[in-house]
Design a protein around this ligand. Structure first.
Ligand code: 2P0
Length: 328
């Protein structure tokens, strides 16, 4: 095991959860309360290079060309400490990271970000982790990053400790033609982070126990839908699961919501399209930007429909993406 003598670069894509993770059993180790399931997206990714260098007194993090302050790089430096502990090294690192996600599109860059960082930093430190262990490491940065190690459809097995909580691929290269359309309804930063929002739900929502039961059932249903390439079952269950997650924000104390007026309008449009016989479903994460799940052949016309109404907003079509790649 030797420290790499040149920067190691990793590329990881972001993912959209069809069965959501919303709450931790262990906030330190990031052990979730339930299994979750996602699709990795090809258009949105992060590229990160890492080199551990003897001459550095502190970690240096350059994000989209700008050096981050100590405060802004705190999570990354904590993560690098984990990698140093694993590799038994003390050198500080130079990290350069670039997000290929439309500016502040609300498309979980922490998923692709910590997956790419896990890949680049571990190999730069001389560790040669298999993908399961990479997924466990990425989990320590951000829960959703656990799933971004793999491509296509990915499950994150809840597990009960650091060893047993990891992602695994369900179908890395789906042969059915699926698309996700991202509606960038606002580029504003969310007021309540996922981390804070999910903890509030665990601690205060009276529906939390029911959410766990329902999402475990959704997990099995979506897995079956993927095995049978059953688009209706996949779309319907994903939409239901998203709304159940958002019911947790509404039932938290204090209550809050990630919906804005445009999100509600876009949800109605998705339902109207379905009534017109165009199969599509929505999902939404910890921000107001809706993602529409549809079949690839319908993606262009559905996107045009939304572009016509939300003319000034970005409407982006993406398809299943690949898992992490790491340079030698
Ligand atoms: C998910 N989200 O399954 C869910 C659905 C957002 C909504 O995982 O605290 O940034 O770093 O583990 O991974 C976003 O939360 O939270 C997320 P932490 P993360 O994709």
């Amino acid at each position: 095991m030797t420290i790499a003598t040149h920067p190691i670069t990793a590329k990881a894509h972001t993912n959209i959860a069809l069965v959501k993770y919303w709450g931790k059993l262990d906030t330190q180790l990031i052990i979730p309360q339930n299994d979750s399931l996602s699709m990795t997206l090809d258009e949105f990714y992060t590229k990160t290079s890492v080199q551990f260098l003897p001459e550095l007194a502190t970690d240096k993090v350059i994000f989209d060309g700008e050096e981050l302050s100590d405060k802004d790089s705190a999570k990354i430096r904590t993560f690098l400490n984990l990698v140093r502990d694993l590799a038994h090294i003390t050198y500080r690192a130079k990290v350069e990271t670039k997000n290929f996600v439309p500016t502040a599109a609300g498309l979980a860059s922490s998923a692709s970000g910590f997956a790419a960082l896990a890949g680049a930093a571990s190999r730069a430190a001389g560790l040669n982790l298999n993908r399961r262990d990479l997924s466990r490491l990425a989990r320590r940065g951000s829960g959703s990053a656990t799933r971004s190690i793999f491509g296509g459809f990915v499950a994150w097995q809840q597990g009960h400790d650091d060893e047993t909580s990891f992602a695994y691929p369900i179908d890395e290269q789906p042969t059915w033609d699926l698309a996700v359309i991202a509606l960038v309804l606002t580029a504003k930063q969310k007021k309540i982070s996922s981390r804070v929002g999910m903890q509030l739900a665990v601690e205060t929502s009276p529906f939390y126990v029911e959410w766990i039961k329902a999402s475990q059932a959704d997990f099995e249903t979506v897995k079956t839908a993927i095995q049978n390439q059953d688009f209706t079952l996949l779309g319907h269950t994903s939409e239901q699961n998203a709304m159940r997650m958002h019911a947790l924000t509404l039932s938290s104390d204090p209550n809050f919501t990630y919906f804005n007026a445009d999100s509600l309008r876009a949800m109605k449009m998705v339902k109207d399209l379905r009534l017109q016989g165009i199969p599509c479903y929505f999902t939404m994460d910890a921000g107001p930007n809706l993602k529409i799940i549809c079949q690839g052949a319908d993606a262009e016309r559905i996107a045009q429909h939304f572009q016509a109404v939300f003319g000034d907003k970005q409407v982006l079509i993406t398809r299943p993406g690949s898992g992490i790649s790491i340079s030698d």
